[in-house]
Design a protein around this ligand. Structure first.
Ligand code: HEM
Length: 130
């Protein structure tokens, strides 16, 4: 999901860009907002955004400024390397120590400005058998 949904689904930038923002931004008044939800689904950024394809991160990985969960440029998130390590360790233990089970197997996705699991996507964790 990392490719299609970033943790920050939208943010507001208060400078006006001179570059073409059509693929990912819309202008409103004097500010520009970027919707990660749209950005990550733009065909120029990701031809098959819904496809589970970890290989897109192999080699040189995504082209610059196409995968931007931590923003980019001089104001890029300074916590990004730390956050990646924490998430990596967390996911390692979550995957290797537990089986997962959805609490609501048929939970629908509803749209509240942005797609959101209707019941928050709770899961139950079970220790793997040793
Ligand atoms: C998964 C975790 C995180 C995500 C997805 C995330 C995402 C972001 C994004 C998108 C920005 C805006 C970047 C831009 O304007 O281009 C940002 C800024 C920032 N983040 Fe994070 N962040 C994460 C974790 C952290 C952590 C762990 C820290 C600190 C320990 C941190 C500290 C900051 C700070 C201080 C800024 C403001 C940077 C500036 O305006 O110069 N973030 N983050």
């Amino acid at each position: 999901m990392l490719r299609v949904n970033t943790l920050k689904s939208a943010r507001f930038i208060y400078q006006v860009f001179s570059s073409d923002c059509n693929a990912t931004c819309h202008k409103s008044g004097g500010s520009v907002s970027k919707l990660s939800y749209r950005h990550t689904r733009a065909p120029i950024v990701s031809p098959e955004p819904e496809k589970f394809d970890p290989s897109r991160f192999e080699g040189k990985g995504p082209a610059p400024y196409t995968f931007i969960p931590f923003g980019g440029g001089p104001r890029m998130c300074p916590g990004n390397e730390y956050a990646r390590v924490v998430i990596l360790v967390f996911m390692h233990h979550l995957v290797t120590r537990f089986k997962w089970e959805k609490v609501f197997p048929d939970e629908k996705t509803i749209v509240v400005a942005l797609p959101t699991p209707a019941k928050g996507l709770p899961i139950r964790l079970f220790h793997h058998q040793k």
